[in-house]
Design a protein around this ligand. Structure first.
Ligand code: ZN
Length: 544
């Protein structure tokens, strides 16, 4: 029975060998450094002299895509296995070998999807591999029996020191060193905050120690360093669909790798392990869908100097709408660089205004800014600023639902209207509640038109208001009803999508305006949500 089984494998092995030849190895050691929660933007806004030096000695991609959802486990699984969630089956941080939804497309004898560790052990049985990390889940995804040394360590400094000791002692072929710290700080203090940038800078220091250690061992010329992340973040979290959550840096340097080059071709985290396999001269298995990024291979410097990495500028003023003039300060972590900017939406370059001091804006504008160092340009940042026209202040009587908070009350006057997608942040949602806003225009002024921009989408339990009332007041105490109307009866309104509910007034002047839109209360009879609270969505108030 036994001999029958091994015999039956022979034609299969022969077939494998005949289609896939390993290529010669280009490096003797690979160190993959994982930084959890580092967006491409986070890299550019943080002080990272060590990473900047590595980039100048290698290749960087600022547009490497993570897998969806933009959370840790699916992405680290993709990084370590050369395949996406659809193949390895890790769709959330709750994944475990015994409890998961999707079956992997391939399994080893213990049920694990083949990782880079498995690949190395099977093709280079004597090679030494290691993994040092401070997030326990990583140890559940890889089959530990294929790793010579794996250790869960707490604390950035400890991770570095334990990893360095092992590198010195064993000189592994492949080492994965993982730091979870920037993600932790992002969750507790906010992504894109000074604390988060400092956390990234702290990891930069740790990476500096690893690089120095490798130099001291005399292995600098024979070691490839690859640095990447699983996702970025916004606010206090990630998992959504914004590019700041999905785009991460991917940096590689070492023997056989181009120098001082930006990788412009699309890249994906699933390419990480196939690229490492290529560098080590290993065959890439069929169940890996990522590919080796051969564009990074080459010994020459970048063909054109204009492809060198320069960090993009930072604007001190976040996008939004404002009641009065605002000051903007621009800065960049790029050394020996200058910032150029435009306010009319045109692409900035050296012919544009050069930034030297903070400046003030008081009209709607689009800021575009770029860092330029010699002949190298950074990515361009774009920020849209709007000013509330003719509105001194505004207050809401009822706050919107926390699920759909919109953009403060000022967002109602920013001239930006929500699309048919009600999750768009331009929309405020009121669950069972009415919408009522009171506006102070600062002085008595003529009034021609009043309108509110609402959403009609019964399939999502979002309905037109039952009634809209427009009021006026000169002193802000007693309000006079200008008009009431019932949208469902009086307007010719299309079935689904945003709707402007406006009325014209003649010979009217007023300082204060109040607009009340009455929620229909509960979903109507025959609707699937019959009797449950109905939603009212408002995006914009128009006063002319
Ligand atoms: Zn993560």
């Amino acid at each position: 029975m036994k001999s029958y089984k091994s015999l039956s494998l022979l034609p299969y092995l022969f077939f494998l060998c005949s289609i896939s030849f390993a290529q010669p190895s280009l490096t003797k050691h690979v160190v993959l450094i994982g930084i959890d929660g580092l967006s491409s933007e986070g890299l550019q806004y943080s002080n990272t002299p060590i990473l900047n030096k590595l980039i100048s000695q290698g290749v960087i991609s600022l547009k490497t895509r993570g897998a969806m959802p933009s959370v840790s486990a699916p992405n680290w699984a993709s990084i370590l296995s050369g395949a996406g969630p659809e193949q390895h089956g890790v769709t959330s941080n709750n994944w475990s070998l015994s409890n998961h939804g999707i079956e992997p497309t391939a399994k080893d004898e213990d049920g694990y999807f083949p990782s880079i560790f498995t690949l190395i052990r099977k093709q280079m049985p004597n090679a030494i591999t290691a993994m040092f990390y401070d997030w326990g889940w990583l140890g559940t995804f890889v089959n530990k029996k294929y790793i010579n040394k794996e250790q869960l360590v707490q604390g950035n400094v400890m991770i570095t020191s334990i990893a360095l000791n092992y590198l010195k002692k064993e000189k592994p072929l492949y080492t994965f060193i993982y730091y979870g710290y920037p993600d932790e700080v992002g969750h507790s203090k906010g992504f894109g905050t000074p604390a988060y940038f400092q956390a990234v800078a702290d990891i930069d220091t740790e990476i500096g120690k690893i690089i120095d250690g490798i130099k001291d061992m005399g292995l600098a010329q024979s070691t490839t360093i690859l640095i990447t992340s699983d996702h970025g973040g916004i606010g206090f979290g990630h998992g959504g669909e914004s590019m700041i959550e999905l785009e991460v840096p991917w940096i590689i340097c070492g023997p056989g790798i181009k120098k001082n080059t930006i990788l412009e071709t699309p890249n994906d985290l699933t390419n990480t392990s196939p690229t490492i396999a290529r560098l080590l001269g290993l065959k890439i298995p069929a169940e890996w869908i990522g590919k080796s990024v051969n564009e990074v291979l080459g010994t020459k410097a970048a063909a054109s100097k204009s492809t060198q990495y320069t960090a993009k500028p930072w604007s001190s003023l976040a996008e939004g709408s404002f009641p009065g003039p605002q000051q903007i300060e621009l800065s960049t972590t790029a050394t020996n660089s200058e910032i150029f900017y435009t306010l009319d939406g045109s692409t900035p370059g050296t012919a544009s205004k050069k930034y030297s001091y903070p400046f003030t804006i008081s009209n709607n504008c689009t800021l575009k800014a770029v860092s330029i160092s010699g002949s190298n340009s950074s990515q361009v940042i774009t920020r849209t600023y709007t000013f509330l026209q003719g509105v001194k202040s505004a207050t809401l009587s009822n706050q919107p639902s926390q699920k759909y908070p919109g953009l403060e009350v000022s967002g109602l006057f920013d001239g930006l209207i929500g699309s048919s997608n009600y999750t768009n942040k331009q929309w405020m949602g009121f669950e069972g509640d009415d919408f009522e806003v009171t506006v102070d225009r600062g002085e008595v002024k003529p009034l021609n038109t009043l309108g509110i921009y609402v959403l009609q989408m019964p399939v999502s339990w979002i309905f037109l208001p039952a009634a809209v009332e427009y009021y006026a007041s000169d002193e802000g105490q007693s309000y006079k009803l200008l008009t009431t109307f019932y949208p469902a009866e009086t307007d010719d309104i299309r079935l689904d999508g945003p709707v402007m509910l406006a009325r014209n007034f003649e010979n009217t002047s007023t300082r204060y305006i109040r607009i009340k839109a009455t929620n229909i209360g509960t979903c109507p009879v025959t609707h699937p949500g019959e009797g449950k609270k109905a939603w009212l969505f408002v995006s914009e108030v128009e006063i002319e």
